[in-house]
Design a protein around this ligand. Structure first.
Ligand code: AMP
Ligand code: ZN
Length: 140
C-alpha cells in the first residue's frame, strides 16, 4: 500500500475526512489547523503526497509557496496581526508530526508567546468563523 493511503492530509485531499477549507486549486489546499498555535493558524499543503521539502516535486513546492503568500495576505487583511510566522518542519526530529509536506501560517500579535504547535483542539465553530473571514479577504 502506498504511503499516502494512511496519510491524514491525503485523506483530507480525497475528502475522506473533513477539514475547514479556506482555499483550493489544482495543486494545493489550505485549511484551518485543528489545534492552532494562534487564532487563524492555517496550513497549506500540496495535494500530491510528499513527506518533506527534500521529497516534494518542484512544481508542487512552487505552488505551495504561491498559495502560502496568498493565504498569508488574506490572514493579514482579515485578522490584522502584528506579524505572521511561517513554520515548516522536516522529519520527526525537527518537530514534524504529519509526514506530508505543509507550511504553517501563524498570525502573531505583539507580546504573544506561543510554541510551534497548539496545545488543545480549537472549537470547530470558532475555526469556521475564522476561515470565513480569511475566505472573504481572499475574495476582496
Ligand atoms: P507538523 O508538526 O508540522 O507536522 O504539524 C502538523 C499540524 O497538523 C499540527 O499543527 C496539527 O495540529 C495539524 N493537524 C493534524 N491533523 C489535522 C487535521 N485533521 N486537520 C487540521 N489540522 C490537523
Ligand atoms: Zn499525504
Amino acid at each position: 500500500m502506498s504511503a499516502s493511503a494512511h496519510c491524514i492530509f491525503c485523506k483530507i485531499v480525497r475528502g475522506e475526512i473533513p477539514a475547514i477549507k479556506v482555499y483550493e486549486d489544482d495543486l494545493t489546499l489550505a485549511f484551518m489547523d485543528i489545534q492552532p498555535a494562534s487564532p487563524g493558524h492555517t496550513l497549506v499543503i500540496s495535494k500530491a503526497h510528499a513527506p518533506t521539502l527534500l521529497d516534494i516535486a518542484e512544481v508542487d513546492l512552487l505552488a505551495v509557496t504561491v498559495t502560502t503568500q496568498r493565504i498569508a495576505g488574506a490572514v493579514q487583511q482579515a485578522l490584522v496581526p502584528d506579524g505572521i510566522r511561517i513554520n515548516q518542519f522536516n522529519g520527526t526530529a525537527a518537530g514534524q508530526t504529519v509526514l506530508h509536506y505543509h507550511v504553517h501560517i501563524i498570525p502573531m500579535w505583539e507580546g504573544q508567546k506561543i510554541g510551534a504547535h497548539g496545545r488543545a483542539p480549537a472549537d470547530p465553530d470558532a475555526l469556521k468563523a475564522l476561515a470565513a473571514r480569511i475566505r472573504d479577504a481572499l475574495q476582496a
